[in-house]
Design a protein around this ligand. Structure first.
Ligand code: ATP
Ligand code: MG
Length: 356
């Protein structure tokens, strides 16, 4: 397998090398071969070269089997030369859209030993897979201004919802449930208010679910969902939702599973026409970058998702299990989890277990 590696900025540069360490240990243990190629893109690269992500590089990235991505983003202190959002939209969103990574898959699982801000909720209560539609909705930049900079200014931001886009996201959620023997798929939307776009979601959901008779289904409005994720997260198994709601509830998911340092994601092109991209949910975390104590677990879990996607389920399972065992011991907790372990210390511990 050929893997493009894009560490990006800030803590991305610290956690991705640890991820590669774990990947190497898994390949030695499970006997699969891989090659890597580094891509330097990110805010720092932009400041040095004026380049975000040229078409040729994007095309090359798309031809890999997978992309392992860290985080891109400028340190808001002292980077006035970078227009706001440029790096994120020109690199991250560009890859997601142009490589048609139409699923953003974010497992939300509370591991034993990891602190959660929720009272009376423990490991076993949180084990949900959020399937976020990744190419449509409110994130398409379809809209504009009228009477800009006047007192009568109007801004339109139009939610783009296509039958094709909605159906493939819903179908992916059911296929995931089938493959991983999950019991229930819940649609999360806002059908009572968004009566066109989310009516389409509902009709597509009703139709697709008929093809998956063994799987239970449910529907929640997004506002209720945020409440239940906090009060009784156990009711969720696989959740499928829109681009924006997925963005929001997965950050909530990250918080209840122990924080940004624990949350992994895959931006998937399930047709495999272009590369899928695997990344920790967190950003470049300029506030802690360079200190050597970023939590690398989210990156390891992302590497595991990547290997699972590339048909190495045993290696993926070994990394998942190693992460679980490592974080069960408080001595391996980085600062975000309340400990004092360093990034490389956690990396070494996971690597050792994967190799054993
Ligand atoms: P970006 O714009 O790049 O998304 P952000 O500030 O919105 O940046 P993050 O970079 O994800 O978001 O940071 C949010 C908070 O979570 C910060 O306080 C950061 O220190 C913390 N954080 C993020 N990633 C990690 C990590 N891997 N380990 C520990 N703490 C982290
Ligand atoms: Mg962020």
């Amino acid at each position: 397998m050929n893997i493009a590696v894009m560490p990006g900025d800030g803590v991305g540069k610290e956690v991705v090398p640890e991820g590669l360490k774990v990947l190497k240990a898994a390949s030695e243990k499970f006997g699969f071969k891989y090659t890597t190629k580094d891509f330097p893109h990110g805010a720092e690269h932009y400041l040095a070269t004026g380049i975000t992500l040229p078409e040729a590089d994007l095309k090359e990235l798309g031809s890999f089997d997978a992309i392992l991505f860290g985080a891109v983003g400028a340190d808001p202190r002292g980077n006035a030369r970078i227009p706001q959002g440029l790096i994120e939209t020109d690199i991250l969103l560009k890859m997601r859209f142009e490589l048609d990574q139409y699923i953003n898959l974010r497992p939300t699982r509370l591991m034993p030993g990891v602190p959660t801000p929720l009272a009376n909720i423990g490991p076993g209560d949180i084990d949900m897979i959020i399937v976020r539609e990744n190419t449509e909705g409110l994130y398409c930049q379809n809209g504009g201004f009228l009477y800009k900079n006047t007192p009568h200014e109007v801004a339109n931001q139009i939610e783009v919802t296509t039958r094709h886009g909605v159906e493939r996201a819903i179908r992916y959620a059911f296929e995931y449930a089938k493959q991983y023997k999950r019991k229930k798929v819940t649609l999360v939307a806002k059908t009572n208010v968004l009566r066109y776009a989310h009516n389409l979601w509902m009709r597509a959901f009703e139709e697709v679910k008929k093809e998956y008779t063994g799987i239970e289904t449910d529907y929640h409005h997004v506002d209720a969902c945020t409440m239940y994720m906090v009060t009784k997260p156990k009711i969720y198994d696989v959740v499928v939702t829109t681009n924006m709601f997925g963005d929001i509830i997965t950050d909530l998911g990250a918080a209840i599973q122990g924080g940004m340092g624990m949350a992994a994601s895959g931006n998937l092109n399930p047709t495999r026409k272009y590369a899928s991209m695997f990344e920790p949910v967190h950003g470049s975390a300029p506030d802690i970058a360079g200190k050597g104590y970023a939590n690398p677990i989210a990156t390891f879990l992302s590497v595991a998702m990547m290997l699972d996607f590339l048909n190495q389920p045993a290696a993926a399972a070994a990394i998942n299990k190693a992460c679980k065992d490592v974080v069960a011991d408080k001595a391996n907790h980085t600062r975000d989890l309340g400990g004092t372990a360093s990034t490389s210390q956690v990396g070494d511990a996971v690597k050792k277990l994967v190799a054993s």
